[in-house]
Design a protein around this ligand. Structure first.
Ligand code: NDP
Ligand code: ZN
Length: 353
């Protein structure tokens, strides 16, 4: 089969590989649509997960099942499915302790294009099919379905980690596709005011549509100073970090009220240490919680988030700004994501309706 792969750090291309084998609990799927993620860019061009040779890229897509193992109960060839980016081993001790995303080791629930070939192939392998796949609701088209792999569950996890509650004032640092879904998640959880941090016009417009009420540009000076000015010196109840670098933590702590919570879903690609400002952290006693996590993955989450979209409560159409027709356009979509033109949110490659 053909796949689009990371050949080594900084180099990518089409390769031929054997079709993956299906174990008793597994499924083999063929993609219906695929999306490129900022994480693919970190993996390929920044060596974020270390060196990989001839590893098929991608972890966002929806698919048709072509084969299932003898012990798979709820899926059969021909089923159309949502595929989560994170596919834990649900019988692991980490999953039993509530941390499925770390099944097998820290962050090891992330398997596609990390520990095995990803989804940018003619076929791909899904472990623990009953635990990880979800049936694709007929109301959701294949392009929108790709946003349910990672953007929705990760962005929403930011709102969960920050513990957004009714009436909260929430600061969302970064309003790329992940941050946009943190805005949407915070809005659904009942935030009264959502302050988005970002500059690209297309993202600002989408954020407004998802419920952001105010905007800050990180280019106009320190984020926390701007937040304090906007909130009459009070600060915010919750912060979600979905963009920027290690310096965002200091701004988040400064912008937060005592008793506030920070949820980070951003990938911190450089810098050895994170600075926590001592005085604004209440000299260690400010009850300002810092919480960061990889989204949990799995079927139940996919089904619930899919139901939200199918019910018309979450419109994913503003995210896919660039849609290509045909598998051969993967490379173009990947390079587009790397170059991030100002009008881009997500590039999607459609193989089927
Ligand atoms: P984008 O690059 O599309 O968006 C980043 C956002 O951060 C933009 O709004 C950008 O603003 C803003 N930003 C850039 N620099 C700063 C800064 N210095 N201070 C504040 N804001 C800044 O990224 P994605 O939305 O695709 O992904 C966001 C992050 O989430 C990435 O690091 C990605 O790797 C990570 N991620 C994590 C996952 C997880 O499971 N935890 C899964 C998927 C992604 P501007 O408008 O100016 O561009
Ligand atoms: Zn992703």
């Amino acid at each position: 089969m053909k796949g689009y792969a990371m050949l080594k750090i900084g180099s990518s291309g089409w390769i031929e590989k054997d079709r993956p084998a299906c174990g008793p609990l597994d499924a083999i799927c063929k993609p219906l649509a695929l999306a490129v993620c900022t994480s693919d860019i970190h993996t390929l061009w920044e060596g974020a997960i270390g060196e990989r040779h001839n590893m098929i890229l991608g972890h966002e897509g929806c698919a048709e099942v072509v084969e299932v193992g003898s012990l798979v109960k709820d899926f059969k060839p021909g089923d159309r499915v949502l595929v989560p980016a994170i596919t834990p081993d649900w019988n692991s001790l980490e999953a039993q302790s509530g941390y499925s995303m770390h099944s097998g080791g820290m962050l090891a629930g992330w398997k596609f294009s990390n520990f095995k070939d990803g989804v940018f192939g003619e076929f791909f392998h899904v472990n623990d099919a009953d635990g990880n796949l979800a049936h694709l609701p007929k109301e959701i088209n294949t392009v929108d379905a790709c946003m349910l792999s990672d953007m929705v569950p990760t962005g929403f996890h930011g709102a969960e980690l920050a513990d957004v509650q009714f009436g909260d004032v929430v600061l969302v640092i970064g309003i790329g596709p992940v941050g946009l879904m943190s805005v949407a998640g915070s809005n659904l959880r009942g935030a009264s005011r959502i302050i988005g941090v970002g500059t690209r016009k297309v993202c600002v417009e989408a954020a407004r549509g998802y419920g952001a009420t105010d905007f800050i540009s990180y280019k106009d000076g320190p984020i926390a100073d701007q937040v304090m000015e906007m909130t009459g010196g009070k600060g915010v109840d919750k912060v979600i970090i979905a963009g920027g670098g290690v310096e965002t933590f200091s701004e988040a702590v400064k912008a937060l009220k005592p008793g506030g919570k920070i949820g980070n879903v951003n990938y911190l690609g450089s810098g050895n240490m994170i600075d926590i400002p001592r005085a604004e952290w209440g000299v260690g006693m400010g009850h300002k919680l810092i919480n960061g996590g990889l989204m949990p993955g799995g079927r139940l989450r996919m089904e619930k988030l899919g139901a939200l979209v199918a019910a018309g409560k979450l419109d994913l159409s503003p995210l896919s700004t660039h849609v290509f027709d045909g598998f051969e356009h993967i490379e173009e979509a990947l390079f587009l994501m790397r170059d991030k033109p100002a009008e881009l949110i997500k590039p999607v490659v459609k193989l089927s309706d």
